[in-house]
Design a protein around this ligand. Structure first.
Ligand SMILES: [Zn+2]
Length: 452
């Protein structure tokens, strides 16, 4: 090789190496869409409230974060200011996203904030709960247009991938209150200051390659129920106010909320729009504090796994179900529905397939995305199963089928034991261990280092 050619080769090699070094670890894409209904529809979450909302306190949104690691592994997370997406609504959305983007199911995560001031969701016109026929039609129309928007927002985020850096940290907020109050008449929905809650506030920061804040994903394990059944204003509740607080403080950044294992936690205090605004500001300020602190870098590769835990339901005889219809009010609805099923000659389900997702970010972070209204006991259970470090536990993802009580909660009774909404049945005590075993298996499959 003559000298000029040798020099040229060296220059080209250096150029390739430095380009590689400057290449970002990640690409991230963002999109959001307003999902405030055009027509007022009834609100979800409190059965006694069947009339449509009267005004819009705050617009609600679906927001997507798409990620791609250096190896080209991609994934998309969609967060929503909604009560929760049941399987019937969520799975067709996931299938359409797969068709449009070539992602596989494990690379798609749908989540909801569990706001009780957002529309009811249903693909069937249902009036038996006291909803007027016209409102029931509007709910179906809303839900199906929502599905289109969720597909589009996910695809849009994936089409906007740009070099990015990820980092994460965790803070604390103190307004989650265990709501399982023990009384001589059993456990009621109240206030239990000595009960367990998860007060952690995990935060994922997404920066552009040049260090500009582009998105913030944060999580809190508390029912999004500052606003109660007397509220008729459409609103994202504390999670909505926290997102807008962050977006106002960091213009141009997209704030996204996920809810953790807050199935048995309520905000405290609660009841007014002022309470909701105030709690949102508390959470937003804490997220801001974490963003401005030193965060740990999150590297790839990204490995997403998804499966179902086939969890057992309680085998209940007709006699047992009849007895339950005269028992505490939280169990009568499902017991009656199960008797109705038996009367029609149908078989009762013996298992329910609960989706579980694990996203492993290199050796830096594990996101465990549970589905349903998971009670706080699953935080220590999952920590014990896969280790407590570099761990982000979320719930209300993929399929919000009802509460997921622990064996302890099932033994004690109370509202969180009311059974599934999307099919007839009550989880058995053994359901807890089946779910935790699936989390352990998936964490291992995703490449999380086993607990010491
Ligand atoms: Zn709930």
């Amino acid at each position: 090789m003559n000298r000029p050619v040798a020099w040229l080769v060296i220059v080209v090699v250096i150029a390739i190496l430095s380009a590689h070094a400057a290449e970002s670890e990640w690409k991230a894409g963002l999109a959001k869409v307003r999902i405030t209904p055009d027509k007022p529809v009834p609100m979800a979450g409190y059965a006694s409230r069947t009339k449509p909302f009267e005004n819009v306190e705050q617009d609600i949104y679906a927001k997507a974060l798409a990620l791609e690691d250096r190896q080209g592994n991609r994934a998309v997370l969609v967060t929503t200011d909604l009560i929760g997406l049941p399987r019937a609504v969520a799975e067709p959305v996931c299938q359409r996203i797969q068709g449009k983007t070539k992602l596989v199911r494990s690379q798609i995560l749908l989540s909801s904030s569990h706001t009780h001031s957002a529309p009811l969701l249903s693909l069937e016109e249902r009036t038996e709960t006291g909803v007027a026929p016209e409102d029931a039609r509007n709910i179906v129309a809303y839900t199906s247009s929502l599905q289109d928007k969720l597909v589009d927002v996910a695809a849009q985020a994936l089409s906007r991938l740009e070099p990015a850096r990820l980092s994460w940290g965790s803070g604390v907020a103190h307004f989650a209150m265990n709501r399982r109050e023990f009384t001589p008449r059993g456990v009621i929905l109240g206030v239990n200051p000595r009960g367990l809650v998860d007060r952690s506030v995990p935060v994922l920061r997404v920066d552009s390659a040049d260090g500009k804040l582009r998105a913030v994903l944060f999580d809190y394990a508390c029912h999004n129920t500052t606003l109660t059944q007397t509220n008729f204003s459409l609103c994202g509740d504390y999670a909505g106010f926290a997102q807008s607080h962050i977006q106002e403080k960091y213009p141009g950044a997209q704030a996204m909320f996920m809810i953790g294992c807050g199935g048995d936690a309520n905000p405290y205090p609660r009841g007014t729009m002022d309470n909701s605004r105030e709690l949102g500001a508390i959470l937003g300020r804490e997220v801001g504090r974490i963003l401005d602190a030193t965060l740990r870098p999150v590297n790839g590769p990204l490995n997403c796994v998804f499966d179902h835990a086939s969890v057992p339901l309680q085998p209940l005889s007709r006699a047992e179900l009849l007895k339950m219809t005269n028992g505490p009010s939280w169990q009568t609805g499902n017991a009656k529905a199960m008797l109705g099923k038996l009367d029609r000659g149908d078989k009762l389900a013996s298992i329910y397939d609960v989706p579980v997702a694990v996203w492993q970010f290199g050796g830096d972070l594990t996101l465990v995305a549970l589905s349903g209204e998971v009670v706080v006991d699953f935080v220590p259970l999952v920590e014990q199963a896969i280790g407590p470090l570099q761990l982000w536990i979320s719930a209300y993802c993929n399929d919000v089928f009802g509460y997921f009580p622990s064996a302890r909660v099932l033994k004690e009774g109370g509202y969180e034991c009311r059974g599934l909404y999307t099919t007839e049945g009550f989880f058995a005590a053994a359901a807890q261990d089946v779910l935790v075993a699936k989390v352990r298996e998936l964490a291992q499959r995703a490449g999380r280092k086993p607990a010491e």
